[in-house]
Design a protein around this ligand. Sequence first.
Ligand code: PGA
Length: 254
Amino acid sequence: MRTKIVIANWKMKLEIPESVQLAKKLKLAFLKKLWQGQVILCPDFLSLPTCGQALLKSKIKLGAQNCFWQDKGSYTGEVSINNLRNLKVEYVILGHSERRRYFKESNLQVASKAKLVLTNNITPIVCIGESLSDYRNKKTLFTLKKQLKGSLQGIKLKTKEKLIIAYEPVWAIGSGKSLEAKQVAKILKFLKEETKKIPALSKMISSIFFIYGGSVNSQNVQNMATFKDIQGLLVGSDSLQVKSFTKICQDFLS
Ligand code: PGA
């Protein structure tokens, strides 16, 4: 069976001491668990060094929430993949809808970042998702297809490299309204079929994981766990408490 994944996206919601406390508590809570899956914590940039330290000797991996598409240069205020690598970051979230919305990140920029991330032996978590108006106007699949193709343009995967594609409907993020698990599974299957059509990726489909995010919580996680096409979860709000996040991991991974 393939490894399932649960990713915590802490966004800009915690101060450094809070992030470290949470990482330490989760490390402790997970020591006794025997799940097969992969758990990844994505604190804000400034909390990465101390969270990385806190997670030493644990199976929990470290992820970042963004990076720049050049590895070095005059890019004031940006974050280099070289430094993420120095901090032993193994995953990077790219093209989250909040970045697409507030920083106008384009599919091309997301693809350029993903390429750079891969060349640094780090796994990109590429986010795509339809807006509320797309959803209401039944344009979900059309929008996803366009974002998928755009955000993966020029990407090739070598043996041992991995790619995670996170489907996150914009209207479901932080709203408490998750898409029904059955619908999620259907859309993730669609995304897999569409990815298979991309010549550079078709042969590597078993190295690509299709996951869901958007108001996943300790109540709806059990439904998500019943569908094999849901290979992972990206969790925001409910990853900020030890109890809820442990329950999500427990229900989804065991
Ligand atoms: P949410 O956030 O779980 O709070 O909806 C998910 C995300 O933005 O990745």
